[in-house]
Design a protein around this ligand. Structure first.
Ligand code: APR
Length: 235
């Protein structure tokens, strides 16, 4: 019997219980670093060294971070469902928890690329725990300055088309740990088929506009995924 398809949109709250700061909660990342300065293409062009150091620090933090129970429960859904994770997160915790189909809308912290054409597949390369940093003067395969493989504000989100194709064929749509404030990611829900059940896991109320029935679980990712897994397996 064909497995039902689940698409899960995740955000920074998915990794909060792994100790990684979210962006917009109190004490979030954007409180200490102005978004414009460290997460926009203008900021990078104005002060590349500051931006390279910002991502070098986040990469080092990631090397000392492990997937939380919520990531593991998301991966476990693959035992009973066909699962695609569409994440706004740049960490690799979904993959390290065992999720086998992950689409990163905003890039990947453990990868680097060309500053001339960031989406040139020939220039996208893996950074390793042994060599996690990018410095001024490091070169991509096309000879340009190597930069983080991150989608900054002001840049296109090329993977969104893949995410739309997945959402349009989902039988169940799940949202975990995102404030739904950044587009196009937050707009993914508008591509699900009418009537597709939506489940939202977040300790806070988030604005989810959908013609479909929305079931909210006001808990953190780990507890919320325990509760949702029971619901999904008794559907
Ligand atoms: N479990 C689940 N959700 C949580 C938890 C938790 N333990 N802790 C916080 N949250 C929720 C918050 O309530 C909030 O709704 O996670 C969400 C985090 O929202 P943001 O900080 O805005 O992060 P996100 O939605 O992923 O931001 C989207 O904005 O800054 C850019 O590119 C960056 O990908 C990011 C995008």
């Amino acid at each position: 019997m064909k497995k039902q398809k689940i698409v899960i949109l995740t955000g920074a709250g998915m990794s909060a219980e792994s100790g990684i700061k979210t962006f917009r909660d109190a004490g979030g990342l954007w409180e200490n670093y102005p978004v414009q300065q460290v997460a926009s293409i203008e900021g990078y062009e104005e002060n590349p060294r500051l931006v390279l150091d910002f991502y070098n620090a986040r990469r080092k933090e990631l090397l000392h971070t492990t997937p939380n129970h919520g990531h593991l429960m998301v991966a476990k859904l693959e035992e009973d469902f066909e699962v695609t994770v569409v994440t706004q997160n740049v960490d690799n915790l979904h993959e390290r928890a065992g999720s086998s189909h992950v689409i990163h809308l905003h890039g990947e912290l453990m990868k680097a690329t060309s500053s001339r054409d960031p989406n040139d597949p020939a220039c996208i390369c893996e950074l390793t725990p042994e060599h996690p940093d990018i410095h001024l003067g490091d070169k991509a395969a096309d000879g340009s300055q190597l930069r983080p493989y991150i989608v900054w504000f002001g840049e296109a989100v090329p993977k969104f088309e893949d995410a739309v194709r997945e959402a349009a064929t989902a039988d169940i749509f799940i949202i975990i740990g995102t404030s739904m404030q950044v587009y196009p990611a937050a707009g993914l829900i508008s591509y699900i088929r009418p009537g597709t059940p939506v489940y939202v896991i977040d300790p806070k109320a988030v604005p989810v506009r959908s013609a479909s029935p929305v079931h909210t679980i006001s808990k953190g990712a780990s507890e919320g995924m325990d509760e949702l897994s029971k619901i999904l397996l008794t559907r």
